[in-house]
Ligand binder design. Sequence first.
Ligand SMILES: Cc1cc2nc3c(=O)[nH]c(=O)nc-3n(C[C@H](O)[C@H](O)[C@H](O)COP(=O)(O)OP(=O)(O)OC[C@H]3O[C@@H](n4cnc5c(N)ncnc54)[C@H](O)[C@@H]3O)c2cc1C
Length: 592
Amino acid sequence: MPVYTAPKKDMQFLLHDVLDITNSDIPGYSELEVDFTSAVLEEAGKLASEVVAPLNTVGDSEGCTLDNGVVRTPTGFKDAYDQMKAGGWMGLDCDPDFGGQGMPYILAIAVGEMFTSANMAFNMYQGLTHGAYSAIHAHASDSLKATFLPKMVDGIWTGTMNLTEPHCGTDLGLLRSRAEPQDDGSYKVSGQKIFISAGDHDLAENIIHLVLARAPGGGEGIKGISLFIVPKFLVNEDGSLGERNGVTVGNLEEKMGIHGNATCVMNYDEATGYLIGDLHNGMRAMFTMMNEARIGVGMQGYAQAAVAYENAVEYARDRLQGRDVTGPQNPDGPADPIIVHPDVRRSLMDQKSFVEGARAFTYWGANLIDQAQRSGDNDAEALISLMTPVIKGFQTDKGFEMSVQAQQVFGGHGYIEEHGMSQFVRDARIAQIYEGTNGVQALDLVGRKLGADGGKPVMAFFEIIKSFIKENDGNEALKADFLDPLKSASKDLQAASMYFVQHGVKDPNNALAGSYDFMHLFGQVCFGFMWARMARASLDMLAAGTDDTDFHQTKIATGRYYMARHLPATTMHLARITSGADKVMALSPDAF
Ligand SMILES: Cc1cc2nc3c(=O)[nH]c(=O)nc-3n(C[C@H](O)[C@H](O)[C@H](O)COP(=O)(O)OP(=O)(O)OC[C@H]3O[C@@H](n4cnc5c(N)ncnc54)[C@H](O)[C@@H]3O)c2cc1C
């Protein structure tokens, strides 16, 4: 059975030594003192390791069941969910006006990483609820907020997001679900939604579906769509549950992974719904949920790689095969542990440097979200909007790749189910697909985000990197290993952006054919920047005489590995991008 240990020390390092959150002027950050975050992470880590993680393989093997229209989650999920609820974990960063604890998002993402590594399928019930909470909080009327939010914050009710229909996933302009206005101001929502995560289950008393549908007068295409709250049970004036609404589960999907999460076909048959956000402008409201969800999915990508890596290290220390070519390390045993072999070490370094780089990048992103939301900083808002497709797309691609590498460390024992490595790979795979496929993230990055506001956010990002390099100019310990490679990678990113400006307008295919490489190039530069910042923080700690020299020296060595072995990928991505669309589009569709 796989193990999970929460990486509290690395989290504390990022929060305090790298991001220095306590000294930030973001409202709420001054409360996040070292002892406080340590206590929160300790408690969450315990729950994740002792209660949630042991249910991961149970969820995978049992899956959810649908019996007479009732969905049941795997054995133990309800009890674990109740413990999460009792601990107040659901409302950690939610608005105190609705019963939340009002903590910054950065703390919620650290805690969320733990529960996701421990059991991704399980944590999705809570994750989707949080997304629905955010959309309602940002766009619903006061009375709808008062009706729905307190119970969602407490976890008594959960939430879902309903976009996808059988004939439309990426292209939501094709959406057919309808909403007919009623005299009392509500709507009757009808249509079929598919692939709805946490669509139905036995963990909560009510399920609050957020549903995209067309109300009359909105016209065709993406612009005419509106967003509705459709509860599974109607809610009486006094807050008690009323009659069952017109929404049922048509089927449970059989799928590759996340078996513990119920992926449902949902049928809406004149179900009572309440409009949130502006009529015919539902995509705007849904985007509140989707942006947050995309950061969350980017976190899922590395959270799976993190737990897979932890288990791969354990295995590599135990498994005896072959001898160290430089001389036996375990002379009394029949062979040396496989961790002595350079190729196994390469794989573990790949995994470690990815996981820690991704954690830093995600926390930096969460920090920007707090800055945008709590301080009303528009520049931070623009920057996180630019970064969101990178966090989602790059991290889930690499997260899957690194989960596969962790599985590979087990040889054949990784392919069979006994060690749980196959589940990490299967579970990690979905993160590349949902919340907009990674191909669509790349399109969003190049087609919308790059040119947003005349390119100001991307220019601001280049300036941030330039300032960091300048600020650390005289630091010889950083220069050759960190600053020079970062400068070179950043130049590649600027050259790729320039290529799109010069050639993408003339022929949009030039931009679109290079978009996926651009997303990866961007991700590499962000990781390079994060590693340079982490190295700087560790060097500072060493210079200040920290007791924890091992941690910081390991951090710097891991960063050097990333800069030397991964960052050069930017050159390859740039070469691919500047080769243009011709080679990509050379064959006609029937030549394949
Ligand atoms: C397990 C699971 C859980 C899910 N949970 C939810 C949920 O809770 N709520 C919800 O609403 N949906 C959910 N989804 C749906 C998911 O978000 C969609 O499957 C996804 O957005 C892709 O849509 P699609 O499957 O229709 O693929 P399509 O849109 O048909 O895309 C097929 C392929 O074409 C590519 N493509 C499409 N358009 C373009 C374009 N313009 N340019 C370039 N490439 C393009 C895509 O990248 C993809 O590779 C879930 C799906 C799964 C499998």
